[in-house]
Design a protein around this ligand. Structure first.
Ligand code: ZN
Length: 136
């Protein structure tokens, strides 16, 4: 169990190539012994952006503050506070701040390694049961 204010979670620079004015708080992560998912909070400065990238796992995003643009291959979609965004695996994507204030969003991802805790062995539609859903 963990119960903290987000403000008490360390705000870290995102140093990945292509990231501009972007910081991250790992609100819940493997450091907390969460077996499957990480909850991150991003803070993107005006004119800042996450890198244009793709990977084998999905993003589940909730926009807390500000406004921005989701950049996909050949497509741009504006978003604003309280919008919900799902980014499929293997899709190139980038989050850009298009506003004049800090843009903040939550982003849930599976851990990069295999889940530590299996749910149920017999499949009930749970993709983690076989341990194959979140390879990176
Ligand atoms: Zn991503």
């Amino acid at each position: 169990m963990k119960l903290v204010s987000f403000a008490d979670v360390k705000l870290e620079d995102v140093n990945v190539e292509g990231a501009v004015g972007t910081k991250i708080r790992w609100l819940i992560s493997q450091k907390d012994d969460a077996p499957n998912f990480a909850l991150r909070m991003f803070e993107v400065q005006p004119n800042g952006m996450t890198p244009f990238h793709s990977h084998a796992w999905e993003h589940e995003v909730f926009v807390l503050e500000g406004q921005g643009e989701l950049v996909l291959a050949g497509e741009k979609k504006p978003f604003k506070r309280y919008d919900v965004i799902y980014v499929d695996p293997e899709i190139f994507h980038q989050f850009k701040n298009t506003g004049e204030t800090v843009m903040k969003f939550l982003c849930i991802v599976p851990h990069e390694d295999a889940p530590k805790k299996k749910m149920r062995e017999e499949s009930s539609g749970n993709p983690f049961a076989a341990g194959t859903a979140n390879n990176c």
